[in-house]
Design a protein. Sequence first.
Lengths: 500, 633, 297
Amino acid sequence: MIALWMTLLPWIGALCLLLFKGWMDRFSRFLPGLVAAANVLLALLLNLQGSQQPTLVSLEMGNWPAPFGIQWVNDSLSSFFALVISLVLLALVLSRGFARDKEQQASSDVYSSAIVLILSGAAFGLLFTADLFNLFVLMEIASISLYALVARSRHPTAPVASMRYLLLGGVGSALYLLGIGVLYAKLGTLNMADIALKASSLNPAALQLVPLLLLLGLAVELEMFPFNAWVPQVYGAGGAFVPGFLAGVSSPIFALLLLRLVTVVFPVPQLRTVLLVAGLLTLVIGEFSALASRRLLKMLAFSSVGSMGMFLLLVSIPGAAMLRSSLFWLVMMLLAKVPLLGVAAYLQRQFGTDRFLELRGIFSQEKSAGLVFLLSAASITGIPLFAGFRAKIQALVSLASAQYWLLILPLLVSVLEFVYFFRAIRWMGMEPPESAGGKPVLPGSLEGFSRTGTLFLFSVFALLIVIFGLFPQGILDSIEVATTQLFDPVVYARAVLGGM
Amino acid sequence: MLNLLVLLPLLGVLLSRMISTFSEPLARWWSVLVLGVNTVIIASLYGNWGSAVLLGQVIPSTANRPAIHLALEINPLNWIFALVATVILLAVALFSIRGMSDLENGGKNLKTYHVLSLLLSTSVYGFFLSENLLTLFVFWEFMTWVSFFMVSMGKPRSRSAAMVFVTMSALGAATFLGAVAIIYRLAGTLSISGLSTALYRQPAGVGYGIMGLLLFSALVKSGTFPLHTWLRKTHGHAPNVFSPVLSGLLTKFGVFLGAIVFLLFPVMKWSPQLFSLMGISSFNYLFAALGAVSILVGTFLAIRQEDAKMLVAYSSVSHAGYILLGLAISSSLGVAGSLLHVMNHALSSAAMFLSMAAVYHVAGTTKMSQLGGLVDKMPVTFATYLIAIISTAGIPPMGGFVSKWLLYQALIEKGMIFLATAAFIGSIGSFLYVFTPLAAVFLGQRPKALEHAKEVPVVMQIPMVVLSLFTILLGVLPSIALRWINGAIRWIDPQASWLTPIPITLSKIQGAFGAWDSVLVFFVFGLGVVFAGILFYLFRKNRRVGYLENYTAGEVPVEVIQSPELYHYSYQFYKPLTDMYAKFPSMEEAYEKGIAGNIARLAAATAHIFYNGSVRWSVFLALAGTMIVLGVR
Amino acid sequence: MLIVESILITLLAIAYGLFLMGFDRKITARVQKRYGPPIWQQYIDTIKLFAKSTISHGFIFDMGVIMALGGTIATLLFMPVGDWKVLSMSGDLFVVIYLLAVALLGMAMSAVNSANPNASIGIMRALTQMLGYEIPWLVVLVGMMYTFKTSSIWNLVGGQAGGFSNWNMVRMPLGAIVAFTTLMGQLGKKPFDTFIAPAEIASGPMVEYGGKYMGMLIVQHAVGMFVEIGLFVNLFLGGGANIGIFLLKVLAVYFVQVLVGNVLSRFRVEQVVRFHWKWPMVLAFVQSIWIMVVGVR
């Protein structure tokens, strides 16, 4: 039940906000935060339960037995990620709260808050759903909320960004819908566990076509090339919430869905070939574009694309070791990307720009932001003993154990990554500021409590990076349990469908 | 004891920050104390070979492979490196007590500098004492990261220098990491002393592939041709007290890796499968040749420099070439010569950079054409520099001659005439370039501005004097160091199947074709000087005159008296020679404009094509991608 | 004993070197159809220089001169002179070659410390020129050392025992030509006297020296000449069965040097480098590779 409530709670919150708009204005400030905090508690509970009883829990809504009813499945993978993601969401929602404009109309904020709540609910739903159609519905809810949120951003390029995102998302949805259409026509079921058991009865053509369509459907959210043209602009439009959500919540969740698709539902080889090629392309093109960008947010957006490319690459190779390293990679990158984007958004807010050259020597003035950026960058470039290094070395060892040549491109682009992150640090951290007194802070920027609060939130992440870098065992253990379960699709199916 | 070496500086970092909050100078002494204790520990560890310590896990164990830990181990080979490292670190720390004028005047945050320098020391100790390749990598990257900040604290252009440094280091790190991943897959272990057995059964092709990857990063870090291009900028612009560490020590990271590759891989098993050249495998010959080219490039570029620090930086390129040459030849003499040269070059280049830092401390520049005549004002600095350059140029009775002698013997033993020629050009050439700063900075006319220059404080003199004494000691009694090196050789190859210890007595060294007596040479040199001195002092006393009372064909040019620096021949010292190769294309430029520039252009094009187009174009790309995926399936 | 022997050999080298200089002046004069000074004129000049009062430019100015002479004398003790061994059993070719460099360094230091640009330019030329002539010379020596499997001068002399046909001059004719050419460079004979060049840079390094400094340098040059020609004699002309023969060979070599030098005009310094790196270098490589592959009979 807990898993279900993690979705329902935000949605109820959103409903309240919209229904009782008049007198809920006051609460709109706190409600998302409260809900996010509650979700963290729920996720904790979920994990405590899970750790006592590492079996699968299946919920049947409306007493419809699987595979017909709507199902929320909680295995150790989703409960672990529920915790991670609820924490990220809490941080993002809080930082969004801190970043609220004073002048902004309370009523307009109610809408945004409601969208954020809907988005959070959908995120958890995507994490727990056991059904490809529900997945589609939740994906649509999430994407439409995101289009809306992006469009509501006040950045000049926001409308174009939103439009681009919407059109590409539309392509993705259409392909996905096509996929489940074919699937339903052939198998008569959309329950993942059910499909896993029945997939062998599909004719070869459908067995080839359907997984590809589903993959392409998810590609937009996975930031996979060539479906990721929206990424730089949407991240670049900024705001305290959207970039962090995309890098820290949405792409990891879709990555998990991809994992389920690849390992449980359709373990077909040509899916892996596509993933391999797409992963390499995404990695290389993402990192190259990051090298070319002169804006911090864009650079981070491309870097996020690159890390998703690496994830796709890892997923494309069969084997438990690979699964483990891909999950580890996902978590460790997420831990670094959220504070990086947070700092970037914060700097943009304070100084009205995110161009390196205009932010010369800014860290001498924004010391704690600088430290957070430094630690996170160290992690993401794989400097030893930060969290990212652990993920990087695991990933490389796994790649080497698959094919030697797979090492070449990731290693080469890691050089680029080094260069562009150090370049950012150089401009913002090491160069002396243009004027002796530093850069003037924009009117209407964060100060006092909201400034401290924002920086504190991301400092927590930076601290986590250091802690998990030194003591990664906890995460490794959770991932170990999750992969073991993921690697036993029969157990999954049995848990979902009952004793078959 | 072993873990203290890493933990002490690491804990020292925290204390250093605390101490510097109420007294910044005290934090400098604190660094000296920490490094002093570490030096004592390293000295006391001599002979405790094989003692090891675990610091933590990096790669968890899997079904078929054991876990990889951060681990330290001491053996005769890495002890030598660690000893050199700790001596240099300590000397520089002592020098830094007063010698950080460029940082102080630049308004840099010295507290941060102390923290960084202790962090750097941690990485140095950890690196040289690594038990396995992953530990090596961890400290290697750690060092890159810390040095980036230390280099950027230097002169205004140091930031772009630091970027070049980081880029090259990242390249090296990438190949290193690739090799580590491959070795882990093949052997399941990364232990350095176990590499030979672990990789013994691999085919030669794979083995040389791994060696190539590792050597690539070794070349980057040691600043060897063709990956030497970062050295000039980085050494030239880094803070003055960081340059000695960078050149004396951090380039030895690459050398250490090179030593591991050439000495601890089962090369002798693989080499028969490879086409052999002059008695060594063509793979080794290739790297020996790179070493030789490195000697030439370093030498000719050093001759051309106008900034003393950049000159010494290029001399490091040339000496890295000598070291690589000896390692790649992999004969007993070559290996012993290389390892001894590591010690000699570390001492002499650190001493040269320290004396240049002292000059900077006094004169505020290291541009040679703006200096002159400092010998009367700074005799200790001058003596330090003189002793260091005698060693650098490989002239008896200083340490540098001994190691070069061993290398020449190794080269001639194998009859490698072309490589030997490069080595000779490097040695005669080094004569040319080390003399430029001597002439331009310390001798000749003194600019009016330096009339009141004073010798640096005693605290700064002590490390310079100590390093010089070590250099002399290694020249007079190289047998001390050679005994350690023989220990390392015995440890590398206990069966003496391809490496045998160099026959030495206290004073005599036996090469392939000849022997000489280091004490006797020193003694005879002394005898010669005594003869000459007697002849000199026997005759009439002379009258001391100033520099301005010179032979000027009987005329007294006014400009000489008013601005004596005009009468100081120091700018473009070797112009007739350097003009001969002035038009030679610069590799630094080729890398920066050619490779880096093209990559940047490619990156810009990529971003432009895929992400800057219209919305329609994006959708088209997505649909095209779909078509390709669905069509190809 | 060692000290006495060293003093004796030093005195011999000085005396013979000064004699060679006087001999040079006489021969040069005869070539130019002059009568020339008496052959002992150089002794008189040197003694006169030591007796004169002079100026000094400071400690390094003094020390460099001492270092120059000291280094040269040290080198001398490691070189076999005829059958007179002194210390030549415990030195080797590299020790001799690089000990000579100490002398050069001393002189260079001292000269530059005179703070006269002519001296600095002279030193620059001397060092640049050294980069030219030393390389082919060393290349020949590599071939020789590899072939005879020894780097001890004494053993290299021993390897030529057994008559004229065993001399390295005959075995390595190209090498001997190269060595002879580079010897001219080492001695600063025309056309390789760029660093003295009295008409251009007022005798270069010598410009500030007078009195006993000049005297010391002349003595140093005398010993240096003795060592350098002696090395050639030892390595290519089979050394000497006794001191007399050795000294005669030295004289003969120097006689040819003076004759050749007198009919050539001075190179510019970069031409010296270019010249040495062209023909002598090619010949040296041909000779060395040839003898390393074919070996000696």
